[in-house]
Design a protein around this ligand. Sequence first.
Ligand SMILES: NC(=O)c1ccc[n+]([C@@H]2O[C@H](COP(=O)([O-])OP(=O)(O)OC[C@H]3O[C@@H](n4cnc5c(N)ncnc54)[C@H](OP(=O)(O)O)[C@@H]3O)[C@@H](O)[C@H]2O)c1
Length: 306
Amino acid sequence: MKILLTGASGLLGTDVFIAFLKAGYEIIRASHSPREGFVSEDISTEEGIKNLSNLSWDAIIHTAAARDPDECEKDKNIAYSLNVVAAEELAKAAALKSAKYFFISTDYVFPGTIPPYTEESPTCAVNYYGQTKIEAERRILSICKNACILRVPILYGINAGLKASALLYSSLKTIDSKHETFIENVIARYPTYTGDAANALLFLLKNNACGIYHFSGQDKLTKYHVVKIIAECLQKEHLHIKPLNTPPNNAAKRPLDSHLDTTKIFSLGLQKPLTFAKRIKKLLTQDSVHSKFSTALILIQREKFS
Ligand SMILES: NC(=O)c1ccc[n+]([C@@H]2O[C@H](COP(=O)([O-])OP(=O)(O)OC[C@H]3O[C@@H](n4cnc5c(N)ncnc54)[C@H](OP(=O)(O)O)[C@@H]3O)[C@@H](O)[C@H]2O)c1
């Protein structure tokens, strides 16, 4: 089976490529910026969609998106064209080829007031990013009846480079700062490892799954907890890091607790992921990852003094 993978250079796409290649699939990697080994197209243009549609593929995993909620709030046109129009146009291309369509959505489709949310819970987003994903889900399912949508919460990973993983990179920056730093301690997050999310997609493909599925890390953590856990795993001092117990004042509102109920996917037989602390510790036992964390800390030092 030949799979077109959009967003293949991104945080999630990088691990999807690794997992699917290992499982023996042939992958066409698509990104926006030109890169060796990638097809580069702008999916916010008709031409970009046409060029990707004209390639030969039997399935598409569409991970490319405008994924920063604050940026989506500031530039709604770009958010709409990438997250809604491109997703819909690729669904039309998949339908024409009778190809399987996988779409990545978010826990931000929910308001975060009465968690946990099942796949059947009514959606209602508190920000524009979430609204674009709700609209994309609706259009995709009406075009491709056997499409599969995977909703995931905040992702972290290392294979696309630490800077691509905002959660890890900003945590390292905070750990490195020797000054008193207040970190948001209000919004419940469920950090999800990109390698686990990629495996969940592979599992859904192998099970010929259709419709909506939730996948999520199992720990309920605030950003403050995340930074503390990473500092402890790295055996770094963290007394300068303090909890900020007021909601963040970002351009985009965040749901307070958009916990995804994952019963559906786990009852199909998917293995539960490691806890956040165990995953970070496991990553740190890999020499390459340890050196990536060390390099990031050195780069952060250089950024501070340049
Ligand atoms: N990151 C999270 O915490 C999170 C949480 C929940 C859901 N999600 C969803 O998961 C999916 C993957 O997110 P991610 O974090 O991996 O995103 P990411 O790291 O920001 O990567 C975005 C990808 O989309 C490509 N792209 C951007 N604009 C494009 C354009 N105009 N034309 C073609 N390709 C374009 C980028 O290519 P270049 O590298 O060449 O620019 C890159 O490969 C998204 O659907 C996102 O909404 C993410």
